[in-house]
Design a protein around this ligand. Structure first.
Ligand code: 5GP
Length: 211
């Protein structure tokens, strides 16, 4: 069976990174799509794990080579989802999760409407602002740009199938995981496995019932 494409989005500081770390720790067979970015590496980040960190020229060459499923300029830097990274997880039969901004998420959904789309909603503007401020990863200027962008971004939740309110990490992770597990149980997503089971019943039907 092919894996599902799961699009996870939120305003910057919405907590999707933390939720994904928790989710990956639970080992439910999900691949993470590492994006490319032109943003500077932060302390503690690792190239190839958090992002592939590249310069503007490298990023533009990848656009020209049609390597991205989507890319966007977010808060002044470029970010892009690699087709090859996504395809390799899906081909392995794993679900693959994209942690991307709202514009990128909408552009992937247009191309791949069968994707599972999840919006992580901060519990309030104050909570988002507190999280971004205490995370202390941004300059004051970048911080206020991210907060300003959040006013429009929260309104975009309407284009997503699921909304997880990130009020408490452990509970929000459970809700997120339950969406992913439930999506795997959809009949249409299990056609091959179901057919194998039906074949085993058909093979025994005549022997047992004589029909
Ligand atoms: P950060 O700089 O805080 O790591 O990420 C800034 C924003 O860019 C976040 O909302 C993050 O989800 C988003 N982002 C990360 N990777 C991608 C990507 O490949 N494409 C798009 N469109 N957004 C991304």
């Amino acid at each position: 069976m092919k894996g599902n494409l799961i699009i996870l989005t939120s305003p910057s500081g919405g907590g999707k990174g933390t939720l994904i770390l928790q989710l990956m720790a639970n080992n439910i067979g999900i691949g993470y799509s590492v994006s490319y970015t032109t943003r500077k590496m932060r302390d503690g980040e690792i190239d190839g794990r958090d992002y592939f960190f590249v310069d503007d020229d490298d990023f533009k060459a990848r656009i020209a080579n049609n390597e991205f499923l989507e890319y966007a300029e977010v808060h002044g830097n470029y970010y892009g989802t690699s087709k090859a990274v996504v395809d390799s997880h899906i081909a392995e039969g794993k679900d693959v999760i994209l942690e991307i901004d709202v514009q990128g998420a909408k552009s992937v959904l247009e191309k791949m409407p069968q994707a599972v789309s999840i919006f992580i909603m901060p519990p309030s503007f104050e909570a988002l602002s507190y999280r971004l401020t205490t995370r202390a990863t941004e300059t004051t200027e970048h911080l206020s740009l991210r907060l300003k962008n959040s006013f429009d971004e929260v309104r975009e939740h309407k284009d997503f199938e699921y909304v997880v309110i990130n009020d408490e990490i452990a509970s929000a992770t459970r809700r997120l995981e339950s969406i992913i597990l439930a999506e795997r149980q959809k009949r249409v997503r299990q056609k091959e496995a179901i057919q194998d089971i039906l074949n085993s019943f058909d093979a025994s039907r005549q022997r047992i019932t004589g029909d």
